[in-house]
Design a binder for this molecule. Structure first.
Ligand SMILES: Cc1ncc(COP(=O)(O)O)c(C=O)c1O
Ligand SMILES: Nc1c(O)cccc1C(=O)C[C@H](N)C(=O)O
Length: 401
């Protein structure tokens, strides 16, 4: 079908107008790294300076801000993560939350010696796991994966055992967009007595998640991709209710302590998921995310996913027709049920192609080896934009080859 008909039939097409810059000619294929801002966020940020911050000043903490990591966390849980209230907190970066969650998990499995992870996980996940293993005297047990796909439940079953403390994986792989079989992998890890930590950075706001139903133990994710929270927006952590009384994290700050304003001599963790906080919550950083959650409440995550599948399928169809004859491969799952919100196209010249495209206001990103990632943020991307971008890739390939 032609893109104009696809856009005309798209029930979410009008939401594009809610984003800053979506009316320009720029082709934006990097919403999986940094989502566009919502126009509403302009007013939110300006209004916050004049209102809650400028007028309420320090009183704002008692009136709203102190609880914001948990109230926004509950909204994230309900609208995005499939988590009942009281299990999600917002704050820190994904990297720091990975550290807290990994340390909490391995401390809960004393005597076990291994952390299971895959070689294609995002660098920060691998680096943090390496540091935690060194600090705690553990070994990393690596799973090798097909970079055009991702970790399978069978591969996890082969390596977990009574020595496994933690299995830590990305739900959607940053390179290929492979969706891991989270319910099956969680069952396998639990049968071996291990805990599971999911990195949801490439899933949250794009793929419906069911953390409670999967029986997940821990999860983290960033909010600046499909959740449009802005550069450096705070991340979130999920801790299943059954672990909240027992898991403790290593960055023992006053904001995660019981009664912070008692200012007592020693740290006692507070109840609930608040104990995963450490310092003062990033209130300004949560405001754009709150706007996006309001929008997701209006649209519904399943509608977002349906459009995401439409966009990625269209991108693959176009790549097959127009780019395959030039030697371009698709390094993402062809099964939409196993594919997240982006598509990776491979060719030895992609690094130069991406550099040339950025000069023409066509913005994908490049990931080794030879991968051009087409990130398709469903609410701010049109089918016409996909067609225009794929044509630009073809032209750039012709020019650099
Ligand atoms: C899977 C994954 N985890 C973590 C991160 C980033 O973590 P941080 O926000 O701490 O830089 C990213 C992207 O940058 C990512 O893709
Ligand atoms: N977090 C990023 C950043 O601070 C600068 C540039 C890119 C990013 C990203 O988000 C990269 C992204 N997680 C990836 O999948 O490669």
């Amino acid at each position: 079908m032609d893109p104009a008909s696809l856009d005309a039939a798209d029930p979410l097409a009008s939401y594009r107008d809610r984003f800053v810059g979506a009316d320009s000619d720029l082709v934006y294929f990097d919403g999986n790294s940094l989502g566009r801002p919502l126009a509403a966020t302009r007013d939110t940020l300006a209004g916050f300076v004049g209102g809650p911050w400028g007028e309420r000043l320090i009183r704002g903490w008692d009136e709203e801000w102190f609880d914001l990591p948990l109230t926004v966390g509950d909204d994230l849980g309900r609208l995005v993560l499939g988590a009942a209230p009281g299990q999600v907190a917002v704050g820190d970066s994904t990297t720091v939350l990975l550290y807290k969650a990994m340390r909490a998990a391995v401390a809960a499995r004393p005597g076990r010696t291994e952390i299971v992870l895959d070689r294609d996980n995002f660098p920060t996940d691998r680096y943090v796991a390496d540091g935690v293993a060194r600090e705690c005297g553990l070994t990393l047990r690596w799973i090798d994966v097909d970079p055009a796909a991702g970790v399978t439940a069978d591969q996890v079953a082969e390596v977990v055992g009574e020595q496994t403390a933690l299995v830590t994986l990305s739900h959607v792989a940053y390179r290929s967009a492979w969706i891991a079989d989270a319910p099956a992998i969680t069952r396998i890890a639990h049968a071996a007595g291990a805990l599971v930590l999911w990195d949801l950075s490439h899933s949250g706001g794009s793929v419906p998640l069911e953390l409670d139903a999967w029986g997940a133990d821990l999860a983290v994710g960033c909010t600046y991709k499909y959740l449009n929270g802005g550069p450096g927006a705070p991340a979130y952590v999920y801790v299943a209710e059954r672990h909240l009384d027992t898991l403790t994290q290593p960055i023992q700050g006053w904001m995660g302590a019981a009664d912070p304003f008692l200012m007592g001599p020693t740290y006692t963790p507070t109840d609930g998921v608040r104990r995963f906080l450490s310092g003062t919550p990033p209130v300004l950083g949560m405001l754009p995310l709150r706007d996006m959650l309001t929008l997701l409440d209006e649209v519904g995550i399943q509608a977002v996913r349906d459009k995401s599948v439409g966009l990625t399928s269209y991108a693959i169809d176009l790549a097959d027709q127009e780019l395959a004859p030039l030697g371009v491969g698709v390094a993402s799952p062809r099964d939409p049920g196993r594919r997240g919100g982006h598509v990776t196209l491979t060719h030895p010249a992609m690094r130069e192609v991406v550099a040339a495209l950025w000069q023409q206001d066509v913005i994908p990103d490049y990931r080794d080896p030879g991968g051009l990632r087409v990130g398709l943020s469903p609410l701010s991307t049109s089918y016409a934009e996909v067609e225009c971008g794929v044509h630009a890739v073809r032209q750039a390939l012709d020019e650099v080859s």
